[in-house]
Design a protein around this ligand. Sequence first.
Ligand code: ISC
Length: 427
Amino acid sequence: MLMIDPKQLDRAIWGKQENKLPTMQSIKFPVKVHSALGWLAAQSDMYKGYWQDREGEKVCYLGALIKITSLSDISSYLAQYPEQRFYGGVTFDQTQPQWPGFPACQFILPQIELRLNDDEQWLYIHNWQSMSAEQRIATLKSLRSETKLRWQSPQFKLVAQHPSQPMWHSLVNSVTQADALKACPKVVLARQSIYQANEHINALALLEQWQQLQPDNYAFYLSNQPDQSFFGVPPERLYQRLGQSLATEALAGTGQSSEQQHTRAKLGQKLLHDTKNNHENQFVADAIYQALTSMSQNIQIAPMQLVEQRHLQHLCQKITAQLHPHTTDTDLLTALHPTPAVAGLPRVKAQHYLAEHEPFDRGWYAGAVGFISQKKSDFTVAIRCAHQNQQQLSVYAGAGIVKGSEAQSEWQELQRKSATIQGLLNV
Ligand SMILES: C=C(O[C@H]1C=CC=C(C(=O)O)[C@@H]1O)C(=O)O
């Protein structure tokens, strides 16, 4: 798999070794890989992750040289390791019970990264300088050639839905009572659908298929132990920061789509002019604007546009800003996450309502997933996702509930949001 000139490799292995982690030195080799996820599937590390942005970069990462479990520690690690990326994120609500094996906050500086884009493919090995020649050889030898992923769906059976449809109706009705709307004009209710498979679930093969159906979305995979993973193909950007330039978006408000271009365009126009959906989106755009005013300047909001997905369309307002110097990723994550696209408004009240009434633990569903580095950070909102625990797969979907929302049509919206993965599960 490694296309490295043997002389170059020899020099790399036997080259200078300085035992000092804080000035971590990395080495990179050009490689040739057909399927990033196929490569990841072949590796045996306990910590495995995948990250695909909307510009076409794909990253597989392995191992954990450093693990950060608190947002407040991020800045000091970035100062110490200015060249490195830390992958991971935070859950929807860090004050609530979390999924076993998935901490509330986790960022990893991996030992190995495979970074692919349209022009280049590089394998990075971090902390190379402090390894002995034997450790270097062992690390290179531990890397396996990619496997060919083939998604052959086991038989899946829906074993539970939280909330059930009747409970969904009563939750939507309670959120849309006049008094409740006064306190919380928007609450994003969600559903966990639990499927039991009759055999092992190859989550990476499933993700590969899913990602190919929605190639312009983000895609991610997180796994801290064998046979447990969280993965998804979300359309929503939380934020991308390049130096001090910030790009974010209000993605909320959903309408139907169609395979026929003409009908899709008509449905899109209907959505663009729909009052309830425009409100739903504007709540998010206003909250982002407010969050950014104290930490940035030159905030620009582009006109409302459509984002097409396979079974639905969304309203979206793209937002850009110039961050004040010294604004950190911890500031941004704290201010922007979770947006009213996944929590509601006001945020804390909506989160309290969900903690009290939603009949499942959101864990990493609707969390912030991505990476942080000094130069660049990029986060998606973890929606259109699934949590695999051995032979069980939980699929999550949510819908913003505002004045005028109807329980039945919001339930159908959940179905449409889950339709792509459900199609792959044959359920
Ligand atoms: C919370 C989800 O979607 C959000 C993002 C886009 C549109 C949404 C909506 O129209 O309700 C939601 O706010 C989800 O897919 O689980």
